[in-house]
Design a binder for this molecule. Structure first.
Ligand code: PMP
Length: 365
């Protein structure tokens, strides 16, 4: 009898072919002095993902789950609202899997983001402030999906599979990489866009260490989480959009830390110019927030954060211009010393079925 091949199988084979391009990033140990004391912050090198950002994890996971649940059909149109990295991730991974992609995004996002999405064959529909900005993008994406037969709407802001992606990958990787050094993560710190990173990674890490602090971060000059709605403008693309996304559960998190956008820009610039780590503005923000949290915890705590994307999408932005230093900037109190990249994991390193999660092969860097 010939084997019956389900038509979804070729699509699943294509997804599996991309598996090694998403996640399993190195963990950087960044050594610096902060307020005159030697510090070390651990940061996942998410800029090394397939399309250069942490959002590859979410896009890859949601598309794979879409096939598995039958919500995504081979060749169906993928439609999403995004501030950029999600659009780039869905466009590239979507095209690799043979899907047409339409992306709605606020028109004030960086030119590189728009061009990159177009370069991956996706259609970009820009949404102005007057058309509703971010919330307008979400509404328009839902309207198009409703009118397009076979369309797939990932809905990153509301889809629990977004945080599940990080619970299944980012969390276990951090746990294994930190444990390999004989340490326990005491805090995980991350800027919140959709909240997928902090919620999913946090869930995994808190399961293993109930004492861990999970610290969400937002721009001091344009908060959302601490006010419930968006105030003012900021330049940390990818975080603090216009509302608190449904997947963010503030009651499961520690108090919000706020970092100035100019301070974040300076920190990101210095990571590139002083250490050669080419990352975006939210990564500078995360490093400063991690140092502040560590300071509050006494200086020796093992604090982990994420370097969300690379600096190539910011060539036309303030990241490439001198930024005025203001009183109270944390970056003025940081002296960067050096960094080293700790191992990626090999397939045999981590057994998710092992409740202790001890890595087997991971070397000590
Ligand atoms: N930084 C950047 C550059 C991003 O694109 C995003 C994603 N919106 C984030 C941080 C925040 O990640 P999350 O959506 O998982 O909260």
């Amino acid at each position: 009898m010939p084997v019956q091949v389900h038509p979804i199988q070729p699509a699943i084979d294509r997804v599996n072919g991309l598996r090694n391009l998403v996640g399993n990033t190195p963990l950087y140990a960044i050594d610096c002095e902060f307020r005159g004391r030697k510090r070390r912050i651990y940061a996942k090198a998410e800029h090394l993902n397939f399309t250069g950002s942490i959002k590859d994890r979410m896009a890859f996971h949601i598309l794979r789950r879409g096939y598995e649940t039958g919500a995504l059909h081979p060749g169906g149109m993928i439609i999403e609202a995004t501030s950029g990295n999600t659009g780039i991730a869905f466009s590239a991974i979507g095209r690799a899997l043979g899907h047409p992609v339409t992306i709605f995004m606020p028109d004030w996002m960086s030119e590189e983001r728009k061009r990159l999405i177009r370069s991956f064959g996706a259609e970009v529909r820009l949404v102005s402030h007057e058309q509703g900005g971010f919330l307008g993008s979400i509404r328009l994406s839902e309207e198009l999906a409703a009118a397009t037969p076979g369309a797939f709407l990932p809905r990153q802001f509301a889809n629990e599979e977004n945080s599940a992606a990080h619970e299944a990958t980012t969390g276990p990787e951090i746990w294994a990489q930190v444990r390999a050094r004989g340490l326990l993560p005491d805090a995980f710190v991350a800027g919140v866009g959709t909240g997928g990173t902090i919620m999913g990674t946090g869930r995994f890490l808190r399961d293993r260490n109930p004492e861990i602090k999970l610290v969400p971060v937002e721009p001091a000059n344009s908060p959302t989480m601490s006010t419930g709605y968006k105030v003012g403008k900021h330049r940390i693309q990818g975080i603090s959009d216009e509302f608190i996304p449904p997947i963010v559960k503030l009651d499961q998190l520690d108090p919000v830390v706020a970092i100035d956008d100019g301070d974040s820009i300076i920190m990101a610039q210095r990571l590139a110019s002083e250490l050669g780590i080419g990352i975006g503005i939210s990564s500078g923000c995360n490093l400063l927030a991690a140092l502040q949290v560590q300071d509050e915890m006494g200086g020796d705590a093992t604090v982990v954060t994420v370097l969300c994307d690379d600096n190539k999408k910011y060539l036309s932005t303030d990241l490439m211009h001198a930024e005025p230093v203001k009183d109270g900037f944390l970056s003025s109190e940081v002296k960067l010393l050096r960094f080293r990249a700790l191992n990626r994991m090999c397939d045999a390193c981590f057994d998710p079925g092992d409740p202790d999660g001890a890595p087997v092969h991971l070397g000590r860097a």
